[in-house]
Design a protein around this ligand. Structure first.
Ligand code: ARG
Length: 266
């Protein structure tokens, strides 16, 4: 089994002090101590599963930097930095760029004026990249990424504001070539594309989707997912996966969870 290499960022400055998605409410801020414990437990889970976890230094006044899936898109030793849609997060860009440049990644820039929020809006499968647009990433980005990396692109569209990043409503497990997704987050054409592209598809229902069941990640054949999602859990176990569940309540208040807190370095 290949060793997973993951990037995380300590929640030192994590908070909800602005509202840029429907989950965020400045009157319902996270408990800092609990958030730190939940993050530590997630990191320890990855380590226990044999993954390597690298850390990027958090930047003051960037409360969402903890969501490293938004750093950019990594493919081998190439890195396309995100261009955040909202000004509130643009201050993260230089720190992520520096982290990758310092480690010898070739940093490739998207043309100015495009918004793109990284791995959160893309899935890689057999050398083909699935890019989602609708909320945070512009439609043209898909073509641009394809051109820059010389890979095939499948473009899909998000339509439900509660699921504003692809990783909030679709998870892909390379191990077993399986997708877990919430159909209600996509337009008709995208749902068809997903069913055609992936041989094994599990559909999450609205209740579990709203508990961010799809914001999960696999380390080998183990899937780390939010607690209280018994239906998806049973379906995945039937396919041979092992499940570890975690309580990520404080991050849900920001519209994020397990996958958002993690970037794959491959
Ligand atoms: N509060 C953050 C935002 O709205 C949450 C980011 C979630 N990240 C993700 N990969 N889906 O940008």
């Amino acid at each position: 089994m290949k060793k997973e290499n993951l990037l995380m960022c300590r929640p030192t400055y994590f908070d909800v002090v602005y509202e840029i998605n429907p989950w965020m409410d400045v009157d319902n801020r996270p408990d800092k101590q609990l958030a730190l414990e939940q993050w530590e437990r997630l990191r320890q889970t990855y380590l226990d599963l044999g993954a390597e976890v690298e850390l990027v230094e958090p930047v003051p006044d960037q409360p969402d930097m903890v969501f490293t899936a938004n750093a950019g898109l990594v493919l081998g030793k190439k890195f396309i930095p995100s261009r955040f849609k909202f000004d509130e997060r643009k201050g993260e860009e230089p720190a992520f760029r520096r982290w990758f440049a310092d480690r010898g990644y070739e940093v490739l820039d998207l043309p100015e004026g495009m918004s793109f929020e990284g791995e959160a809006d893309r899935i890689l499968r057999h050398g083909k990249i699935l890019v989602a647009n609708g909320f945070r990433s512009d439609p043209v980005v898909a073509y641009e990424v394809g051109r820059m990396l010389g890979v095939d692109i499948l473009r899909i569209r998000l339509v439900n504001p509660k699921f504003y990043h692809l990783d909030t409503c679709l998870a892909y497990f390379e191990e077993g070539d399986t997708v877990l997704y919430y159909p209600g987050a996509f337009d008709e054409e995208s749902r068809e594309k997903i069913k055609k592209e992936f041989p094994r598809v599990i559909e999450a229902d609205i209740d579990e989707a709203e508990r961010y069941v799809c914001n999960c990640i696999n380390v080998g054949t183990t899937i780390v997912m939010n607690k209280n999602c018994p239906k998806a859990q049973a379906a995945l176990e039937k396919m041979g996966y092992q499940i570890v569940t975690l309580d990520m309540s404080e991050y849900l208040k920001s519209g994020g969870s397990i996958k958002c807190l993690t970037l794959r370095l491959d």
